[in-house]
Ligand binder design. Sequence first.
Ligand code: XLS
Ligand code: NI
Ligand code: NI
Length: 438
Amino acid sequence: MSQDAFADIPVIAYEGPDSRNALAFKHYDAEAVVEGRSMADQLRFACAYWHTMRNPLGDPFGVGTAQTPWDDGTDSVDNALRRVDVFFEFLSKIGIQWYCFHDRDVAPEGVDIPSTNDNLHRVVEAMASHQQAGGQRLLWGTACLFAHPRYVHGAATSCQVDVFAHAASQVRRALDATHALGGLGYVFWGGREGYSTLLNTDMHREREHLACLLHMAVDYKQRIGFSGDFFIEPKPMEPTTHQYDSDAAACLNFLREFGLMDHFTLNIETNHATLAGHSMEHELAVAAAAGSLGSIDANMGHPHLGWDTDQFPTDLQLTTRIMLQVLGMGGFTNGGLNFDAKRRRESFEPVDLFHAHISGMDAFARGLKAAAAIRADGRLGEFLQARYASWDSELGQRIESGGITLEELEGHACEAGEPGLVSGRQEMLEALFNEFLS
Ligand code: XLS
Ligand code: NI
Ligand code: NI
């Protein structure tokens, strides 16, 4: 196993807020305890194989710029195995314990399904021995059901049944790989599961087919004894014009409609929330309110650009609001913060991989500390409780438990007279929130 792709870069250490060393953490102190768990465990950072190892940093107007001297540019399994070595070297130097991958990120397709499966198997064995040696673990695996031309009309929602069969095979093998690597979860992101025009689309049938694949996956999971979580990742568009899993609410509706609620939770990604016209906080709250917040793809979009820019999350308002939601649900169970984020095209040197992850990790460490401090301070929580206090009355309780009629409520309203209203105090609360961001 090569150990020299980042020979001149040290293991990244925590040096504290006064450090001026760009290759050090100022806030992320893995062992420090916040709300009863280590930072490493509260944040559960994961590195995305596709962005870290496979993203050449191209854009629609220009070729990739990423410098990857370890990669010979071929589709060989040997090259794939070299990348795996480099990836685990990166993980150990940056101090990230978890990772996520698509089947096709790690291993190339072969000439037919058996040779493709064989390629994946060989690479997964190498990943397993790296996990063994370095102690890293798999957060989640997934199948890439969007890059190959066969998925042009969709994978589970393709108009062609043979394409569906290929997708099923891929999901099966990606599940095997995830299971073999001890993954905590498995993600379904339907990049092509949507449409460009309804003129050629039977939406009813396509959604039914998507549900069929998910039911088969649940069945397979149970048969192989995979005990990790299944996550659905909402995104409204890009690559398709309309994706069926457009936002958290649409996913929850889909899961309810097809009897899948007990088997899936959501993997919410910041930039996807933005594309759906929501804040990340909104999407997390929608998922959490349904008891379905599973995991997070941690990135952010650019306010001036209308696409999935997948930037590393550096906004402290954002990370604090995310961590308030995460702590609010009692922390992650099988989820984590997966950096589904890429460097800018201009940040093409290998060392930029370190700077990028450090920026995201420190931003989340600050978000975690700020969120915990807001919770410990208690003013925000008390305000929220007081705001709804009238619902704790006997009347409120009768409404919430369904034990009252419209007529009775009209009687109450007549008696009580016009209610005296109280301010929502938004600006006061925003100032309070900001007290913790210094
Ligand atoms: C793309 C998605 C993708 C999923 C995994 O926008 O975020 O990377 O996380 O397939
Ligand atoms: Ni994305
Ligand atoms: Ni994602």
